[in-house]
Design a protein around this ligand. Structure first.
Ligand code: G3P
Ligand code: CA
Length: 225
């Protein structure tokens, strides 16, 4: 049962910061999950929301700022917003990285960066899995490089997600855990996909989802898994 730290170990450090990812490594997570957007000058920015309002001392949409401008805003008065390269360098192959594309406009840059780390820094395809609720973004990833592992995010119909996953030869289904039971987990696995539900935080829910024999759990508290 893989432990995947949601937005880093979000229960312990500000989400999607280098500190949250370091905490996830300290907790021996098997993987980290993070969210990405593009800056106006084309850098891949790690943050959940489309704006910096919730997390920083600034306001406005990420895609209207340059990287240098984004670096001037602070999270909890001390942390800078990380780029995806910075997270890759911190993790340094110690666990796998689940990159969630929040918009289709990030597909090309993320695929290029993954290819760069594989060709130049001895990373492996197993170190990455790209997920998105925007399935057109996943189709583009598959078209750009079919070797990249893909997780199909869904909070609705599992059968539709399964059919789509088959069409793009995805590696995993990433469902809202409330959709799951023992039978449908088995059905997904029999079709050859891993099941990585999100975001499972309470002890009770973790035990319930473990009972379904999923392959991994995305949690703010990876240590509880
Ligand atoms: O990738 C699973 C989960 O992170 C999806 O929801 O809103 O936390 O990005 P959200
Ligand atoms: Ca996410």
């Amino acid at each position: 049962m893989l432990k995947i730290a949601h937005r880093g170990a979000k229960a312990y450090e500000p989400e999607n910061t280098l500190q949250a990812f370091q905490k996830a490594l300290d907790l021996n997570s098997d993987g980290i999950e993070l969210d990405v957007h593009l800056s106006v000058d084309g850098h891949i920015i790690v943050m959940h929301d489309e704006t910096i309002d919730k997390m920083t001392n600034g306001t406005g949409e990420i895609n209207t700022y340059t990287l240098a401008e984004l670096k001037s805003f602070l999270i909890t008065e001390k942390h800078q917003i990380p780029t995806l390269n910075e997270v890759f360098d911190l993790v340094d192959k110690k666990c796998f990285i689940n990159v969630e594309l929040k918009n289709a406009d990030t597909s090309k840059q993320v695929v290029s960066l993954i290819e760069e780390y594989i060709s130049q820094k001895e990373w492996d395809y197993q170190h990455f899995i790209i997920s998105s609720f925007d399935w057109s973004a996943l189709e583009e990833v598959h078209h750009l490089n079919p070797k990249i592992l893909i997780g199909v995010l869904t909070e609705e119909d599992l059968d539709t997600a399964l059919a789509f996953a088959e069409s793009i030869k995805a590696k995993a289904i990433h469902p809202d855990y409330n959709l799951l039971n023992s039978e449908n987990v088995q059905k997904i696995q029999e079709k050859g996909f891993l099941v990585f539900p999100w975001t499972v935080n309470s002890d009770e829910d973790i035990q319930k989802v473990k009972g379904y024999k999923v392959d991994g759990i995305i949690s703010d508290n990876p240590d509880k898994i």
